[in-house]
Design a protein. Sequence first.
Lengths: 581, 171
Amino acid sequence: MTEKSGADILVEALCDLGVEVVFGYPGGAVLPIYDALFRSGRIKHILVRHEQAATHAAEGYARSTGKPGVVLVTSGPGATNAVTGITDALMDSIPMVVITGQVPTTLIGSDAFQEADTVGITRHCTKHNYLVKDPARLGPVIHEAFHIATSGRPGPVVVDIPKNVQVATAKYQKPGPIQHKTYRPALKADRAAIEQVVDMLAAAERPVLYTGGGVINAGPAASQLLQELARITGAPVTSTLMGLGAYPASGPAWLGMLGMHGTYEANMAMNQADLVVAIGSRFDDRVTGRLDAFSPNSRKVHIDIDRSSINKTVRIDLAIVADAGHAMEDMVRVWKARQHPKPDTANWWQRIGEWRAKKCLSFPESTKEIMPQRAIRALWEATHARSPIITTEVGQHQMWAAQHFDFDLPNKWLTSGGLGTMGYGLPAAIGAQLGNPKALVIDIAGEASIQMNIQELATATQYRLPVKVFILNNEYMGMVRQWQELTYESRYSESYSDALPDFVKLAEAYGWKGIRIETPDQLEAGIADMLAHDGPVMVDCMVAKLANCFPMIPSGAAHTEMILQANEVSGTMDDEAKALV
Amino acid sequence: MHISEEKAERHTLAVIVDNEPGILARIAGLFTARGYNIESLTVSEVTADKAVSRITIVTSASPATLEQIVAQLDRLVPVHRVHDLTAEGPHVERELALVKVRGTGDHRIEALRLADVYRARVVDATTSSFVFEVTGGIEKIDKFVELMGEVGLIEVARTGIVAIARGKDAA
């Protein structure tokens, strides 16, 4: 076998792993790899305009396709710019492999030009990371990195490759299936635990299935199993922000999202339930509200592939460490084998009906200005038949999108849930469009967030990606302003979006189509114009400036203490609540 | 507003890891990142091929946090297994200390006498100083060092705790 350069080994290993797209940005410490990519011609490289965008684009690609996203950046600033997206992928359990260039091994530790301690910096924001000092190790490490990124609870893996390792030669052979020495995530649930949860569901009077991103990560079949499980058990389904689409919003058991900006019925059902079955969700603080008041009378079952998620914040009665799909498959099978009849949950559904009757997502309509919720509904009306992929930035628009855009399928909703990264939506949309060339991909944005990765307009132009950016422009960092109204008597400290660009002209400057929507009567036509254009479009939709996102559970409050409308806001909070995020 | 803290208990953990670069930083960093506390940490290779290391960590935490610490350590990729020795049953804990005392006359004689009581060995001596080597549990060594304070203590070096389960089985 002839020896190859480290750079050629890397490219060949990526090809062997089925990588089709790499998001990256060249620089001194990755020049050998870029030359290998050029000579190989087998992998499509997407040149972003900032390394953070490469990581979010890889996340968008991964979340919409189920395949790992791959990033290639240079040493030093290339790697540090990628850190936000790497952390985002860790928080949201997104499979991603980030290849970083490094200064030659002979210079490591000398404060060389563009040197940063990449493995040190990324040690705690990756699932695992490697510094490869020997080209012979490169092939096995790349394969292992993909194995770790994609199996168990998915996450980002960084492989740092010094420049001399990219140039030095070694033999490479495609390895067989990876049997890792120490890393062996459990996929199948303990049989006895499955029987126990089935018994608990059969006996429950007020059950709730509380699902999360783990169901989506478990693949489309898991979403089908969730529907089956809800159907046979008669249990209602609620979901975290991350899990939207796993159970269809049009399905009969759907309660809507739960948590801080969740629906009244979902949060009340959690509060009053006698059994909560958490599936691929992690009792995040945005979901639980005040812990000592969280679902006080329920027994709790937690199905999660990550053992450390169990008992992290909420004490669990029955823990099942397994892949969500495998566990639900076993539950459905055991349920059917035991010929359990569908439990009589009629009383429970009647109470849920009463909560639903509150119509907590209703909002004040206006004929003078566009209500942001109305804009989202209009966008849904115009596009839902095409099953669009929706990405978001972070803030009010994100929560309105979660509340008012109904998802019937998994992998269609891409949002930064755990880290809450502004600037996520546009690059994520670019990644999703690359993974789904025929799909309609829309970034629902805010005028503040969109500016955090606005340079990526050029990336979409370069690769002729017809992504749409729909900005809900209220001239405020709206969620910051909303919290200032709730907590600091409306002292708007630095939350006004001053000196905004003309987004239409900006779009045009990048070769995009720009559309401005200013009044309610322009809304439908503006959306239609956006959809009619086969290239990238940026819509600047001027919405009511002071609209706020409700329902809302304020920080430190219980599920039963929801604020449903703006007139219930007091304007101050005590220090305990102020100290919470 | 006051920030309250949970009641903690002291546990000794044995963490069996693949001996790869950065593993100690990974573990120490996990403790700082998640706000866990480390009272003592020792690490050494324990197999002939130097492929596996054993890290002994003494930590104080509430029972719920201890469960998290074990789970968080266990999910690190290079970790083979984690044992909460305190929770799993009887085990032996030992620490070694080197204790330097300086003095003449009665102080010097008293230091030697105390060292004898604590079964400390003299590993270095000058006409005006001794270095004692003492092993034992944390309390014994704490007490010995405290006593040496009265007879000319100059300097102490301690290894930190190593621990192993009692009985015939491996952890």
